[in-house]
Design a protein around this ligand. Structure first.
Ligand SMILES: CC(C)(COP(=O)(O)OP(=O)(O)OC[C@H]1O[C@@H](n2cnc3c(N)ncnc32)[C@H](O)[C@@H]1OP(=O)(O)O)[C@@H](O)C(=O)NCCC(=O)NCCS
Length: 185
């Protein structure tokens, strides 16, 4: 089938107590390459793998800073991925935000993204009390990301057909959400 890759569950685990979320800074520039330069990570994303230091600096200074909430996902305090949400001012003023995340493929299938998403949901509704909805749009072929959202308590709302145009192709996207009423915080 188009777009599928072989998948086997990951062997060695990671001590999840050594995973933390923290703001990103220019001191993370070298570690940033771990995921921004990773073709497997960029596959379902709008961006192409970074090849220069300048792209990394631009990411930290101009892209990450536009998010409502942005955190580096760290192992032993070294950035191995990122997670953020940004306001969706277009449809719903400031009541809705869109979640995004990426992790170096060296660390996939160890439960790291699920843990990070759960923490992002908690931060969204605790720190931004005006928020009523956190949503995520996932390519139908991106099974791992769909599993992450399901494990973190998101509801699958449906498929938006040919909703995004990414890397030269219209993509069917699954819409997921969690709303403030879903949570007992
Ligand atoms: C999506 C992503 C963040 C997941 O991170 P992760 O830390 O590996 O996620 P987790 O380990 O918490 O959960 C992944 C789940 O998907 C499962 N999985 C992964 N690939 C799969 C596949 N092809 N088929 C079925 N299940 C799959 C894993 O087994 C795991 O489920 P389990 O815990 O029930 O075994 C990571 O793959 C990534 O960075 N991808 C590239 C960027 C991206 O797609 N971002 C999201 C855009 S919406």
């Amino acid at each position: 089938m188009e777009g599928t890759t072989s998948y086997s569950k990951s062997e060695g685990g990671v001590d999840l107590t050594q995973i933390s979320l923290r703001p990103i800074s220019l001191t993370d520039l070298d570690d940033l390459k771990l995921w921004t330069g990773d073709e497997k990570v960029a596959r379902y994303c709008t961006w192409e793998p970074y090849t220069s230091k300048e792209e990394g600096i631009n990411f930290i200074q101009n892209i990450a800073s536009k998010s409502l909430w942005f955190r580096a996902i760290c192992l032993h305090n070294r950035a191995i991925g990122c997670i953020d949400f940004r306001s969706d001012n277009y449809r719903c003023k400031e009541k809705s935000a869109e979640l995004g995340y990426a992790l170096s493929s060296m660390y996939w299938n160890k439960g790291i993204a699920t843990m990070a998403v759960k923490q992002a949901v908690e931060a969204a509704f605790k720190e931004f009390q005006h928020l009523e909805r956190l949503e995520a749009q996932v390519d139908v072929e991106n099974v791992a990301s769909q599993k992450v959202l399901e494990k973190a308590g998101f509801q699958r709302e449906g498929v938006l057909r040919k909703y995004s145009f990414i890397k030269g192709k219209s993509r069917d996207m699954v819409m997921f959400s969690v709303v403030s009423n879903d949570l007992q915080l």
